[in-house]
Design a protein around this ligand. Structure first.
Ligand code: DI6
Ligand code: FE
Length: 411
């Protein structure tokens, strides 16, 4: 490539929360970031700028950030962003006394969204999801995981995963796709649980793997979802087809989901409100990430909190995500969730920020390239109208984003 067409970018005069392990809180660096062709080459103090980044080089685009905070682009590692329909009526029902489980058993809940999502065209779903994704990006998000699971038949599940792919093609954002066929029992199989699980294992997972339609397999292991035995069958099929697993685990009851995900070396186990210390220890041994979803906890008015002290004690990395979905987490604001993880679950601001960067990247298997400001990482960055990470997490309201950089390019 000719030197003149290269995109060399030097961000200077910044407070950088690199999240590198450099002995400083947040891996803080006061200085500059050098970016070449979408990749971070260097981050450090300006008086140590490498010679080829001298500020008179003609091919260099220099951006003075005026002392602003720069963090890695935020990563939302658990969302159900692609769906149609509206469930505000259920919000009303719950506030009039019905429980989430009552509504689900009566055919509402996930199945209400399945009906609307099946009926929507790919173009309609794309428009709806793009609007949600743009709201996330306006708060500095550069990577998002998107699950299927509101189709529950072959064409509709694949439609959802295609929409997720088209989002990545049309917007400056990285998308990880997760197959969540085991989200609810579809009406066609209402009296044949085993038949549905077999269909997932024998038809869907091989196709998903063969056509590279998803990067991982998830299941909703809950008394209103799938049992641990059913989940095990689904995970066995995923492993046979070389797909990593993650799990909706122990949100409403202790199903020993965390330990189950760990047994399959899951990328993550998510929710974890009812996870026992044994589950935490199993996750620590397996290297699985604990994905905390405070918006779902808040929205359902739950009181049982995830075992943060034990997760800390056993050094299980904690991620924080929105769980954006129309039932239990109608919200696109990851920053709000980071604030909630602090206020509701007692994470420190540093743990919380790591939860949307380093550890979120790991929950997606992207920890080598995303989630830190360090040489070799993608230049996915968020520049904020504040100077410290604490300022970023404590104040909620208008987006504090000043500038978003994706793959080395300023949006
Ligand atoms: N994630 C999910 O998939 C379910 N709950 C959660 O936290 C159900 C989402 C829904 O009600 O549509
Ligand atoms: Fe979820």
């Amino acid at each position: 490539m000719a030197a003149s067409s290269r995109t060399r970018l030097l961000l200077k005069n910044a407070h950088i929360a690199s999240l590198q392990d450099n002995g400083e809180p947040y891996g803080l660096i006061k200085g500059a970031i050098a970016i070449d062709n979408g990749t971070i080459q260097w981050a450090g103090s300006e008086d140590q700028l490498p010679p080829d980044w001298c500020q008179t080089a003609t091919d260099l685009h220099i951006c003075d950030l005026g002392g602003r905070l720069v963090t890695p682009g935020l990563i939302d590692c658990h969302t159900h962003l692609v769906f149609a329909g509206d469930r505000s009526g259920e919000f009303e029902q719950r506030l009039n006394g019905a429980s989430y489980a009552d509504i689900a058993r009566a055919g509402g809940g996930i199945l209400a969204t399945v009906k609307a999502t099946r009926a929507a065209s790919e173009a309609e779903l794309l428009d709806l999801a793009a609007a949600r994704l743009e709201a996330m990006m306006a708060e500095g998000v550069t990577s998002v995981e998107i699950k299927s699971g509101y189709g529950l038949d072959e064409a509709s599940e694949i439609k959802m995963l295609q929409v997720a792919k088209r989002l990545e093609e049309s917007l400056p954002v990285r998308i990880s796709r997760t197959f969540l066929g085991a989200h609810a029992l579809p009406p066609e199989y209402a009296h044949d649980r085993a038949g549905y699980v077999n269909w997932l294992c024998q038809r869907m997972i091989p196709r998903i793997a063969g056509e590279q339609l998803a990067d991982a397999v998830d299941a909703y292991c809950e008394h209103i979802g799938f049992t641990p035995e059913e989940t095990r069958k689904i995970f066995d099929a995923a492993v046979r087809h070389n797909l990593p697993v993650k799990l909706h685990a122990d949100q409403l009851s202790d199903m020993r989901g965390a330990a189950l995900a760990a047994e399959y070396c899951g990328l993550s186990a998510d929710h974890l409100e009812y996870t026992s210390v044994q589950g935490v220890k199993a996750m620590a041994r397996a290297g699985s990430v604990a994905v905390l979803l405070p918006y779902a906890f808040y929205s359902l008015g739950e009181t049982r909190k995830p075992p943060v002290a034990a997760l800390r004690q056993w050094q299980v990395p904690m991620a924080v995500a929105t769980d954006c979905n129309p039932g239990t987490a109608p919200n696109t604001s990851l920053l709000t969730c980071l604030n909630m993880a602090c206020v509701l679950f007692g994470l420190t601001p540093e743990e919380s920020l790591n939860g949307a960067c380093t550890h979120a990247a790991r929950a997606l298997g992207r920890e080598q390239t995303c989630g830190q400001i360090a040489p070799g990482f993608h230049a996915d960055l968020a520049v904020w109208n504040v100077t410290t990470p604490a300022q970023l997490l404590y104040w909620r309201g208008a987006s504090p984003l000043y500038m978003r950089i994706f793959n080395g390019r300023i949006d």
